[in-house]
Design a protein around this ligand. Structure first.
Ligand SMILES: Nc1nc2c(c(=O)[nH]1)N[C@H]1C(S)=C(S)[C@@H](COP(=O)(O)O)O[C@H]1N2
Ligand SMILES: [Mo]
Length: 316
């Protein structure tokens, strides 16, 4: 299989120095407020180009293998980011209005020390990794995306949730100046989705800051968004400004919008249809024929244990 986004470099050729240089380069871009612009000339390594600051990151062993990676153009041109409009091409058309630097994230609620952090400080907490994940949207399309990010478990190590913390909320920005559609109340803004604390701590949960070796495109949730590959795509809040730890299971943006259509868990499940359509099949972006949807989106071996004993038709 040809993996186009990757340079011809063996993992053994990746030096610590290369990784260090690239991380520094990325942090420098945040600090300089250059958004997705590349800084020329920061690295002379053969593997590193200024357009692809993460091109030679270690690919995590948790990556999904043997799947064709979806074309980057499909993933950046088709999607949902309702703050920028209701259509699948609204994000690509309108997300340029988002100002992604400077960016800070408030981490509060049931944590030892509630605080607001500059994004570049959070990114110093752990090395960036590439994670290739299958993604499945509740509306029936899917993709295989090489994300770049840090495991959410690394955040938990730093912020120390209290004994009362049972759930984690991820809040997106809701600024009407940048996001014209948050003036319309078709969702209860700000966009907020939540998971159980053990789900957030699962090794597959990734705080992503890039994809395809590049900084996160605005339409995909720049500068930082969360990814849970075994859940429907809407659980992955984009452009996160607040992470709050709470004791009680919260009502989220989608359970409020349609309690009988969107459950709190929203684990990918081919056997539990959406109220208005089947979930047994999916269409990969860029492909014509549909394929079968897998339980937990193919990650059952890793995640099913978290739901042992639960009736997944009730807790959909
Ligand atoms: N803030 C915010 N996050 C969001 C959405 C949104 O409208 N607003 N849409 C969700 C939905 S429905 C999907 S399928 C994914 C799609 O984004 P992706 O293709 O970049 O994963 O983002 C999710 N995160
Ligand atoms: Mo979605």
């Amino acid at each position: 299989m040809l993996i186009r986004h990757r340079p011809d470099i063996l993992p053994s050729e990746i030096t610590t120095e290369t990784l260090y240089t690239q991380r520094r380069q990325f942090l420098a871009r945040f600090a300089a407020g250059l958004g997705t612009l590349a800084l020329p000339g920061l690295s002379t390594s053969a593997a590193a180009t200024s357009e692809k600051p993460f091109a030679s990151l270690q690919s995590s062993p948790l990556s999904t293998r043997d799947e064709k990676i979806t074309a980057q153009s499909n993933v950046t041109s088709y999607g949902n980011f309702y703050e920028f409009g209701p259509d699948k091409d609204s994000p690509a058309k309108n997300a340029h209005r988002l100002r992604t630097a400077p960016w800070s994230v408030t981490i509060d609620g049931e944590v030892k020390t509630p605080r607001t952090y500059a994004l570049e400080d959070i990114l110093k907490w752990a090395p960036l990794e590439e994670r290739i994940y299958r993604m499945r949207c509740v509306e029936g399309w899917s993709a295989v995306i090489p994300w770049v990010g840090i495991p959410f478990s690394e955040i938990l190590k730093r912020v120390e949730p209290t004994g009362n913390a049972k759930f984690v909320e991820f809040w997106s920005l809701a600024d009407p100046e940048q996001m014209p559609f948050v003036r319309l109340p078709f969702l209860d803004w700000p966009y907020m989705e939540a998971v159980r604390l053990d789900e957030a701590r699962h090794p597959l949960s990734l705080l992503a800051v890039g994809m395809y070796g590049e900084a996160m495109p605005k339409q995909n949730g720049a500068p930082i968004r969360i990814v849970f590959p075994w859940k429907y795509g809407f659980k992955g809040a984009k452009s996160i400004v607040r992470i709050r730890f709470v004791e009680k299971q919260p009502a989220t943006v989608w359970t409020k919008a349609g309690p009988d259509e969107y459950g709190f868990y929203s684990n990918v499940n081919p056997d539990v249809p959406h109220k208005r359509w089947s979930q047994s099949q999916e269409r990969r972006l860029g492909e014509f024929f549909k394929r079968k949807t897998l339980p937990f989106n193919g990650y059952a071996e890793q995640v099913a244990g978290m739901y042992a004993g639960m009736d997944l038709r009730k807790y959909f």
